[in-house]
Design a protein around this ligand. Structure first.
Ligand code: UDP
Length: 431
């Protein structure tokens, strides 16, 4: 038996005022024929990173509309997570592929998890590559299988994707954030569905400026001085060192500026601590650089406060599957600057709802533009929030999954597949 995750309760009705009645009604209609469907989400960790963030909202909302949704965590140990971290990096373009021993470890753990998996599911959704091999090993344990890819597969290491492909290509349904991420040779029905954020979760719910400042003050920030902030795992692809370099350039012209780098440590990310220490070393003892993580008691409310209080929020990634932190910042109507990679341009229109940058110097220049002109920041933030409201709030994401479930149920032998519906309409305005 794999470890189940407790997710609490959420009610779809609570989202009506945010996303509009038509979307909520569409979800209710779709869910009528899905009542009692036994759906399992399988992922590698219940803590840290975007996948767990999403499932804590999606699973209770699926339950609220009548689906018997569960979320379970696969069994893994250090050697498995070391292998899957190399795989994750290679799939995002790193030249280092797994060696034969590391592939063997990945397969061995997939076998172990395949054995431990309970039977009798209508749908099993495997998230990311860690559990992706299970389907081939025990196809009969579920009626239908779905693979959800959360990472940037646009330029994968060729050897790594070639090795992984036989394990993922036969999934009858798969989901990718953008069409660029779909590997050549992917079979089944491919859906282009970006994820979404939960506007009612403690991380994103409305926080007054006074409350946000009060929380930031407790972490030693001077709430009367300008703040640049990046919230992300300590990972080279998130480029916190580049953010420090951009902050240093800004500080030459604006000595009062401060920087907060807030990063949670994920249990399936063994590299995290090394890179956390490298980031501290790069900060070189600058007292205006605040480096915080979940072991300093930075939880969802604190992330909310930092994002809400910051004068500019940055996500200077050099690879990014989607980047939930982008929508999180925009939803708080903050001026935003992000790397022009992966899922970030989906969420930000350059110069309209934020800025997209590809180097440290431009990141610094745009930060200064915003810090010197609060009206500019306000206008960017307002447009960013509307874009997120239309495209990137959880009910839209729930609707896309329900459409896929409906297609799976409808796809009896001989029936015409329900075409591209979910994929093409996934990111349409919610209302
Ligand atoms: N996050 C957090 N605390 C931190 C750093 C990150 O709660 O200190 C959250 C962040 O708010 C976001 C998620 O972790 O919801 C990261 O998701 P994203 O898609 O941005 O990146 P990933 O980590 O999946 O690559």
């Amino acid at each position: 038996m794999l470890q189940p995750v407790g997710v609490g309760h959420k009610s779809l009705a609570d989202y009506t005022h945010l996303v509009g009645r038509p979307l909520i009604e569409e979800i209710r209609t779709l869910s009528e024929e899905l009542s009692g469907l036994k759906v399992l989400h399988l992922s590698a960790t219940a803590f840290g990173g975007g996948v767990s963030e999403i499932l804590y909202t999606l699973v209770p909302l699926m339950r609220d509309v009548g689906i018997e949704a569960e979320w379970q965590i696969i069994i893994g140990r250090e050697e498995f997570f070391n292998a899957t971290k190399i795989m994750h990096n290679a799939l995002q373009g790193n030249p280092q592929d797994l060696n034969a021993g590391e592939w063997a470890v990945w397969e061995q753990f997939n076998h172990m998890n395949a054995e431990a998996l309970a039977e009798g599911w209508d749908v099993v959704i495997c998230h990311d590559p860690q559990p992706a091999g299970i389907r081939n090993m025990v196809p009969d344990k579920a009626e239908h299988w779905v693979w959800r890819c959360h990472i940037d597969l646009s330029t994968p290491n060729p050897a790594t994707i070639e090795h992984l492909l036989p394990f993922i290509s036969d999934y009858p349904q798969s989901l990718f954030h953008t069409a660029d991420y779909v590997p050549q040779g992917m079979g089944g029905h491919v859906n282009i569905v970006p994820p979404a954020i939960d506007p009612l979760a403690p991380k994103n719910m409305a926080l007054s400026p006074e409350d946000a400042a009060y929380v930031c003050d407790q972490f030693g920030l001077d709430v009367d001085r300008p703040l640049m902030c990046q919230v992300s795992r300590f990972d080279p692809w998130k480029d916190p060192l580049g953010v420090i370099d951009a902050y240093r350039i800004v500080k030459e012209s604006l000595p009062s500026v401060q920087l907060a780098l807030v990063g949670s440590m994920a249990s399936d990310d063994p590299e995290g601590w090394d890179f956390f220490n490298a980031t501290i070393a790069h900060a070189g003892g600058d007292e205006d650089i605040h480096i915080l993580n979940n072991f300093n008691n930075v939880g969802s409310i604190e992330v909310n406060a930092f994002q809400s209080h910051a004068d500019v929020v940055i996500q200077k990634s050099t690879r990014e599957g989607f980047g939930l932190t982008v929508s999180e910042a925009l939803w708080k109507a903050r001026p935003f600057i992000g790397g022009n990679v992966g899922g970030i341009p989906l969420q930000v229109e350059n110069g309209i709802s934020g800025y997209l940058v590809s180097d440290v110097e431009t990141c610094a220049a745009r930060s200064l533009d915003i810090l010197r002109d609060p009206a500019l920041g306000k206008a960017l933030g307002r447009r960013g929030k509307e874009h997120v409201r239309k495209h990137f709030l959880t009910p839209r994401y729930l609707r896309d999954y329900l459409r896929i479930f409906s297609e799976l149920l409808a796809a009896a032998p001989g029936a015409a597949p329900a075409a591209e519906a979910a994929g093409q309409q996934a990111a349409e305005p919610a209302s």
